[in-house]
Write a protein that binds this ligand. Sequence first.
Ligand SMILES: Cc1cc2nc3c(=O)[nH]c(=O)nc-3n(C[C@H](O)[C@H](O)[C@H](O)COP(=O)(O)OP(=O)(O)OC[C@H]3O[C@@H](n4cnc5c(N)ncnc54)[C@H](O)[C@@H]3O)c2cc1C
Length: 462
Amino acid sequence: MASRLRLRVGPLRSATATTPWLCRAQSRVAAPKPEEPQLPPHSLLPNAMLWRSLLVATISSHPWLLTPALRLLSLIVHPRGSLFDVNQNPVLRRFLKTTFYNHFCAGENAVEVTNTIGRIKTMGFKGVILTYAREIVVDASSQPASDPATTPLESATRETVQAKSPEIEAWREGVLETAEMVGTGDFLALKLTGAGPLVMQALSSGQPLPRQMILAINDICARAVQRGARIFVDAEQQSIQSGIDRVALDLMRQYNRNGTTGVYNTYQAYLKSTPQTLLSHMDLSEREGFTVGVKLVRGAYINSEPRHLINDTKSATDDSYNAIAAGILRRQYGPFGTQRRFPPADLFLATHNRQSALAANRLYQERMAAAQPTTKVQYGQLLGMADEVSCRLLQLRENNSIESRTTSPEVYKCLSWGTLGDCLSYLLRRAVENRDAVGRTRQEYIALRAEAGRRIRNLFKV
Ligand SMILES: Cc1cc2nc3c(=O)[nH]c(=O)nc-3n(C[C@H](O)[C@H](O)[C@H](O)COP(=O)(O)OP(=O)(O)OC[C@H]3O[C@@H](n4cnc5c(N)ncnc54)[C@H](O)[C@@H]3O)c2cc1C
């Protein structure tokens, strides 16, 4: 039996789930403190995922490998000849598909995506956030115009004469297909600019969305909610964000009633304006009686946004992120919870930052243990990134006793799906993000290398 234990080189969680003697052996050991798991977090990764992660982390953490890899990837995103065109070069296509694509993306069709979702849930994740990868590049020169008289979704009732947009139709079909792949408790993420230039123009000018888009959003949300899933409205560039906020508020008014939270808006902590934006949405929520769904991120567009809109330093963004999370968890933010009633809220922390995730979990656990009022919180990381954070949160769940299961962290992986061609811009963004998160990428590489070494050593143990 001992040699069977030593020979096991795969993920350890599945061993505990299927091997009663190992469960018994573990139950004799004193329960570890919640934030000191006994095994390294990466021990939860299946073998294929571990080796792919190691390949990507090796490239991302060595500038002499990453710089040419990034150059190659941008050549592939904008190919000038057949050599770099994934639709014309089968060798390149196969290499990309089995390495970077499979590392960061869920699949090219429903079968591949469903298999990936199954694997993620088997690892212990509560669910997935699924998004359709098609995206367009935002024109940074777009300027928002003055406030329109109606909200974007109200204008669906207006009889505006507009030609049918093929981009909106393609987006509608793609996102509806995505809605068919999510299940109960999962999330469907909506990136509105994926619907093309007409939508972009409406969002940036403050005009109502095209009627075709409003109907598409209504169809998509209705289908996702029917399937028991929830909706994230993704945050994007500042030039269109107030338009996106208006759409999200209308959806929250519609779907977040009677104790259910069907829709979450995304709040970017790197913006100086975000605390004020959130307070104004809480004000509406408290006055109008809908639940405010808060998906909290730091913000992904720092390289393209006007710099003065963003906090001056990384630590100011960290402080803002942590203060918003703690405020919602304590149910005291701005005047809410002191001078005014704290509105119904739900919190989703979309972050790769270990300190932020663990601090929030600690605060939530403390408040639950002391029976103090708090807000339900869930966590999410992108597929192929920050597995150390995801797996650490999962281990905290494993370490909790059966009785306290209700306070265990609920962790999600965010998956993008689409053809290899559709996902290329997404892959490039992930590669750049990995380059910018130098410290974490290096730590991830060292931890993955240690885990790979542990599994190889176990192979040779008798
Ligand atoms: C599940 C999920 C969903 C997401 N959805 C969205 C979305 O809808 N919209 C969106 O914009 N992003 C989204 N993101 C990306 C997110 O905004 C961050 O870019 C990314 O997660 C990195 O931030 P972090 O919290 O993981 O932590 P860290 O890696 O600790 O923080 C990095 C972030 O800090 C900020 N930062 C870095 N340097 C500075 C500086 N000098 N001054 C001020 N701030 C700085 C930037 O926002 C940077 O991205 C999502 C991320 C996840 C995991």
